[in-house]
Design a protein around this ligand. Sequence first.
Ligand SMILES: Nc1ncnc2c1ncn2[C@@H]1O[C@H](COP(=O)(O)OP(=O)(O)OP(=O)(O)O)[C@@H](O)[C@H]1O
Ligand SMILES: [Mg+2]
Length: 217
Amino acid sequence: MIVLFSHQKGGVGKSTVAINFAYQIQKKYKDTAILDLDSQHSAILFNQLRKGESLPTIKCVTQNDINLGEFLSHYKADKSNLLIIDSGGYDSDINRTALIKADIIITPVGISQIEIFGLQKFRKILKDASEALDIKIKTNVLLNNVDSRSKSKLKDLKEYIKEKPNYFNLLNTTLYSRADYKNSYGDGLTVKEYNKKGQAQEEIKEFTKEIYKLLNN
Ligand SMILES: Nc1ncnc2c1ncn2[C@@H]1O[C@H](COP(=O)(O)OP(=O)(O)OP(=O)(O)O)[C@@H](O)[C@H]1O
Ligand SMILES: [Mg+2]
C-alpha cells in the first residue's frame, strides 16, 4: 500500500505528520518505508538524528537510492507492505507519478485564506492529472496546525472542501497546533516518544486509526 502526503504548498506539515504517522503505523506492517521527496530531506535528517541517538529507525530513501517503478510496485502490490511518501512542495513528474500510484493521498492544510488559495491551486493539479489519465484522483484533507481560535475561517475552509467532493474528502481528525512537534523533531523523537501523554500524540494516534481504516476499506 502507498500513502502519499502531498500539497504543492510548503510548510503545511507534510513532513512532520508523515514522520509521526510512519512511526505510529509501522507495527501494523511487515515492511514499512518512507520515500523522501522533500528537497529539505526532513525524513532523512530525522533518521540521521535517530541513528545518532541509537534509536530504532524506519527505512528511509530518496529517489536517487531506488528504481522508482520497481520500488512503488513492491509496496503497491502487497497489503502487508506500507510505503509512506513525503512529497516535495512543488509540481513535478515524480510528484505526479506519486499522485497516480498512491492508494491514499493526504493533504495537510492550515486555516486561513492563504490556505484556501493553496487548495484551489492543488485542485487544479489534481484536475489536470485526473483528466490527462482519465482516472479519479481525490485527496483527503487534513486540518493541521489548527489554532482553536480561528473558528470563522474554519467554516469557510470546510465549505470550500465540501463544494469540491470530486477532489477533496475532509478527514474527521484535526491536528491542533502543538509545541511538541517542533520540540521533538530536533531530538529525533516522535511526539509520542517526546511526550507520552501529550495531546499531539493522542491526535496522531486518532489520525493513524482513521487512515488505517481507510486503507482497509
Ligand atoms: N500541528 C502542528 N503544530 C505545531 N507545529 C506544526 C504542526 N505541524 C507542522 N508544524 C510545524 O510547521 C513547520 C512546517 O512543517 P513541515 O516542514 O512538516 O511542512 P512541509 O509541508 O513538509 O513543508 P515543505 O513543503 O517545505 O516540505 C515545522 O516547523 C513544523 O514543526
Ligand atoms: Mg516537508
